[in-house]
Design a protein around this ligand. Structure first.
Ligand code: TXA
Ligand code: MG
Length: 364
């Protein structure tokens, strides 16, 4: 994919995508996390189309995606002119985070500049911004010379897409959508979101590949979790995050987690014995061993025991299993440890929202 990113054909397709965005259309494009459903961040009608296409409530804010400064050399690059049209002020912490992690899978929430459309902020006075690392996303943003709002390119509450084919299947029959194909997404789960807008402490709103420990190691900045006790006042003013709904990222097939060696316990919730159960098993464990059940057909699916590799495959695996007509999907509970927080968060929500009525859950 990236070997193609300089090809003449790709340049033509990207020009067409830029034209579509300028005319107020939607374009799906790859990022390193998941595919985004993009619209011109300065066009209120285009933004409305995103909410309609996704079936997403209009008070759920979107992330603005920006191009990194041209020919960036990490030490010298000047992000100020890039951000000035969008954010009210840029703290020293913000600049440190940006220099350490952009372009990359980190979204920062700022107090918004007054020109930022409230249609994209869900009426809030803050704006979420990220500079994605994927070369096709960067090329699109550079050529557009503007911001692109892009939620994950899935219907509201569904599993985020990590390939162009996933996006196509999400909107098949609903929308004639231009999709830029950048291959499979490397990170595989959505960006880490940190709120810099609501007081003195940066707060983790959504865990992702980039963890508070990595942030501290690279910048010396301590990121707080919303649960930390001294934050009660700030917490009450925390912005809405649609990914924080309990039911999200959900497959249609019922999905549950099992603790180590306890596959059968996970079945107890399903008294009508399930006949076909897909069980994800760590690739470091050889198999489920004796944990059989006479009337259940288990099929094992290996999943990586490394957190980064697991994240990269998580949505792919959920989507594939969801197409295969299992009665139940079981995943092992991720181990404790911050590097697993992102996937644990997504899996918990996916379990909660899963099942045949997942769309009605998610839309509540
Ligand atoms: O990795 C990603 O972030 C992907 C790719 C496409 O960039 N995008 C993504 O967008 O996950 P979406 O819309 O599915 O999730 C964006 C999250 C939502 O949970 C939204 O509530 C939150 O960002 N968000 C957006 N603006 C916000 C704001 N001003 N304050 C707090 N949260 C905000
Ligand atoms: Mg999403």
């Amino acid at each position: 994919m990236s070997s193609e990113s300089g090809s003449p054909q790709l340049a033509v397709v990207i020009n067409e995508a830029v034209q579509t965005l300028r005319e107020g259309g939607l374009v799906a494009f790859p990022t390193e996390t998941v595919y985004g459903l993009g619209a011109d961040a300065k066009n209120p009608d285009a933004i409305k189309k995103i909410f309609t296409a996704k079936g997403r409530p209009s008070n759920h804010p979107l992330i603005v995606h920006l191009a990194a400064p041209d020919r960036f050399d990490q030490a010298q690059v000047d992000w100020m002119p890039v951000l000035a049209p969008w954010v009210r002020d840029l703290s020293e912490d913000a600049l440190k985070l940006i220099h350490a992690f952009w372009p990359g899978p980190l979204t920062l929430v700022f107090k918004k500049d007054k020109s930022v459309l409230t249609e994209l902020t869900g009426g809030q006075d803050t704006v979420a911004i990220r500079a994605p690392a994927h070369p096709i996303a960067q090329e699109l943003l550079r050529k557009l010379k503007g911001g692109v709002v892009a939620p994950s390119a899935n219907r509201f509450g569904k599993v985020s897409p990590t390939s162009a084919a996933d996006v196509r299947s999400e909107f098949a029959g609903l929308l004639d959508l231009m999709i830029l194909d950048g291959g499979d997404c490397e990170v595989g789960i959505e960006s880490t979101i940190i709120d810099l807008s609501s007081g003195t402490h940066p707060i983790l709103l959504r865990p992702g590949l980039i963890t508070p420990t990595e942030i501290f190691a690279k910048t010396g900045i301590r990121v707080y979790s919303p649960g930390e006790s001294n934050l009660s006042e700030q917490e009450s003013s925390l912005p809405r995050v649609s990914g924080s709904l309990r039911a999200h990222y959900a497959p249609r097939t019922p999905l549950r987690m099992y603790s180590s060696g306890r596959v059968l316990d996970a079945l107890s919730e399903f008294p009508d014995t399930k006949s076909r159960v897909a069980v994800a098993v760590w690739d470091s464990d050889s198999s489920l061993g004796d944990d059989g059940h006479p009337s259940v057909h288990f099929e094992e699916v290996l999943v990586p025991s490394d957190s980064t590799a697991f994240a990269s495959r998580l949505y792919r695996t959920l989507r594939d299993l969801d197409q295969q007509d299992w009665d139940l999907i079981l995943f092992p509970e991720p181990p404790s440890g911050e590097e697993w927080d992102g996937v644990r968060d997504r899996l918990q929500r996916a379990c909660f929202g899963s099942g045949p009525s997942s769309s009605s859950h998610a839309n509540n």
